[in-house]
Design a protein around this ligand. Structure first.
Ligand SMILES: CC(C)(COP(=O)(O)OP(=O)(O)OC[C@H]1O[C@@H](n2cnc3c(N)ncnc32)[C@H](O)[C@@H]1OP(=O)(O)O)[C@@H](O)C(=O)NCCC(=O)NCCS
Length: 249
């Protein structure tokens, strides 16, 4: 596989997204492309701005491997509007992240070269609501497949927007644990070689704030597949994985 910047340089897409400015909303022409070496500085500054705005390590980890990913150990895609970055997504193949993912996913260490870690996705607040997390994921999926097919990510149970989007991208929640110095995280997995079906009939609905209960549901063989807004809070929907996609409706 070529260096991220080189292999994706010609894969440029243009579209309009809705910007929610102060007192107005307007369609703005945007460009999406893979990032190269000359974009590193701008990407690092943009990521830092958004993580500073969030300012809560329990919710969003500031650590990243932007430079390494752009230089070939991953994939980084950016969306530009009005001459600047408005969204950034990074996928990492850096050994430290991959080794951690192999443990989380209970994989054979021999599979490490096929693991990709969804490092992060950040959107400028004035462009949220355009499903950027979803479509930038689809863009990177086509860069990862077929070589990287064990996809790993972790999301805080407090980050409802991200959890909703990651599940929409076809990941399943498979564990609930404390990571990165005690922060609670769902571990989510998608296998591009064997996309997993989940049985929705007879599902369970567990409130996200019930931290003690999620590990028990996973221990009973369920996986999380959707976030639902309930009158008493947000819940994870759980179902049993199916070996095969049912052929009848
Ligand atoms: C998570 C994130 C990337 C989602 O961005 P996105 O794909 O552009 O957002 P979506 O299109 O899914 O938004 C859906 C709805 O939720 C709202 N929304 C999304 N993120 C929101 C947030 N952080 N705060 C408040 N509302 C938010 C949107 O305004 C939209 O509302 P609408 O349906 O009324 O239009 C973005 O919220 C973000 O950058 N968050 C900070 C970083 C982060 O947590 N990243 C994820 C972990 S790596």
């Amino acid at each position: 596989m070529g260096r991220a910047g080189e292999s994706m340089a010609y894969n440029v897409q243009q579209f309009f997204l809705q910007k929610r400015g102060v007192g107005y909303v307007a369609p703005i022409l945007c460009t999406m492309r893979g990032l190269g070496e000359s974009d590193i500085e701008q990407a690092v500054v943009f990521h830092k701005r958004i993580s500073d705005e969030i300012g809560d390590a329990d919710f969003f980890a500031e650590e990243n491997t932007i430079a390494e990913s752009i230089m070939g150990e991953g994939v980084v895609v950016g969306v530009f509007a009005e001459g600047k970055l408005i969204a950034l997504r990074a996928v990492s193949y850096v050994k430290e992240f991959v080794d951690d993912a192999v443990v989380d996913l209970d994989l054979d260490p021999g599979e490490a070269n096929h693991v990709a870690v969804m490092d992060f996705c950040v959107t400028d607040s004035s462009f949220r609501g355009n499903s950027i997390q979803f479509f930038t994921y689809l863009f990177t999926e086509s860069q990862m497949y077929p070589n990287r097919y064990h996809l790993h990510t972790t999301v805080s149970p407090k980050n409802i927007f991200s959890l909703t989007n990651v599940l929409k991208c076809g990941f399943s929640a498979i564990k609930f644990k404390q990571k990165y110095g005690g922060h609670h995280r769902f571990v989510l997995y998608k296998n591009l070689r064997k996309p997993g079906a989940v049985k929705t009939r007879g599902h369970k609905e567990i409130l996200l704030r019930n931290y003690d209960y999620h590990p028990k549901v996973f221990a009973d063989g369920f996986v999380g597949y959707k976030i639902k807004h309930k009158s008493n809070g947000m819940a994870m929907l759980y179902g049993k994985p199916l070996e095969e996609v049912p052929s009848k409706v």
